[in-house]
Design a protein around this ligand. Structure first.
Ligand SMILES: NC(=O)c1ccc[n+]([C@@H]2O[C@H](COP(=O)([O-])OP(=O)(O)OC[C@H]3O[C@@H](n4cnc5c(N)ncnc54)[C@H](O)[C@@H]3O)[C@@H](O)[C@H]2O)c1
Length: 288
């Protein structure tokens, strides 16, 4: 299936990153959010990200201007998505927010349009049940920061068609990414592994086996990871890590995903990480 126009729903962290890579790949691009100020903020993030690439010399200012010119923004779903060939939803990670968005997309989109969700943990089968086109609903799980991270998990529900999967893989490749097809299972693959490891690092900290810095040093030096798991938890957000663990545990009953008590205490105390200006390193890192 030929794709000319891609519409991204949500102009937040992931939505604006996805919009940028889609426009950079040359597609007619639309970005939809509920308020113009959110769209403006998303466009500013895209311009800032492109400015950094121009500064590095990877693209010229003229190229960056063309990318920005390719993006149109809308607060009306039908205006943005009504003539798109492929739609990628990146709104809040709540089924009660995503399902009505999927339902509305099903109503306003062309019959042939594929609707993808960037969900990190909500089953694609649950989201596709909000539409009358489950064979055309797929997971397209990008990683943060989108312009940098190579992986896309293409999530295959029980009802999605092979054609939808093939088109989604081809789209991912055209964005310069490396798509991996995974089954519709809690946490998919990357988050399932990362969440377990981060939770274990929290338990190691709680048991006092070493300092936060040294636990992260072990991660970096033993596994050659660019950052330790505690630093990653501060970056991603303790609440996000806890919610994901809880949702996998709730769905599967796997005890190992039960959030570490320390993780829960951090969330309750508002130590959510970088976005809150305080996190694991503020509490347990070296004192200034
Ligand atoms: N942040 C990450 O590291 C990350 C990584 C992978 C996947 N994800 C997933 O991507 C999705 C988006 O996450 P995010 O971090 O970008 O969130 P975010 O909070 O930064 O952005 C969400 C955006 O969606 C908009 N929105 C909400 N309801 C809407 C609606 N009905 N119509 C249009 N826009 C609407 C909001 O106004 C907001 O701008 C979530 O499903 C999340 O799990 C996030």
């Amino acid at each position: 299936m030929e794709i000319k126009k891609v519409c991204v729903i949500g102009a937040g962290t992931m939505g604006n990153g996805i919009t940028q890579v889609v426009a950079q790949a040359g597609y007619d691009t639309a970005m939809v959010d509920i308020k113009q100020e959110f769209l403006d903020r998303g466009m500013n993030a895209i311009k800032g990200s492109l400015a950094r690439v121009v500064k590095k010399g990877t693209i010229t200012q003229a190229d960056a201007d063309k990318v920005v010119a390719r993006i149109k923004t809308y607060t009306d779903m039908k205006a943005g998505a009504g003539d798109a060939d492929y739609v990628i939803e990146a709104v809040f990670e709540k089924a009660e927010v995503k399902q009505p968005v999927l339902k509305q997309l099903d109503e306003v989109c062309l019959e042939r349009t594929i609707i993808a969700s960037n969900t990190s943990s909500i089953p694609i089968s649950l989201l596709s049940s909000a539409t009358k086109r489950p064979q055309k609903v797929v997971g397209l799980h990008f990683f943060n920061p989108v312009p940098v991270m190579k992986l896309i998990e293409v999530v295959k529900s029980l009802t999605v068609s092979e054609e939808t999967i093939a088109t989604s893989v081809a789209l991912g490749k055209s964005l310069g990414k490396e798509p991996v097809v995974v089954k519709d299972s809690p946490g998919f693959i990357a988050n399932r592994i990362a969440n377990l490891a981060a939770n274990e690092a929290l338990k190691v900290l709680e048991e006092g086996l070493a300092s936060a810095e040294d636990i992260d040093k072990v991660c970096r030096l033993a596994f050659n990871w660019p950052m330790g798991l505690l630093q990653m938890t501060d970056l991603v957000g303790a609440d996000v890590v806890m919610d994901l663990g809880e949702s996998i545990y709730k769905e599967t009953g796997w005890e190992r995903y039960k959030p570490a008590p320390l993780l829960k205490r951090m969330v309750e105390s508002g130590y959510l990480g970088n976005k809150a200006g305080k996190g694991i390193y503020t509490m347990f890192g070296p004192k200034q």
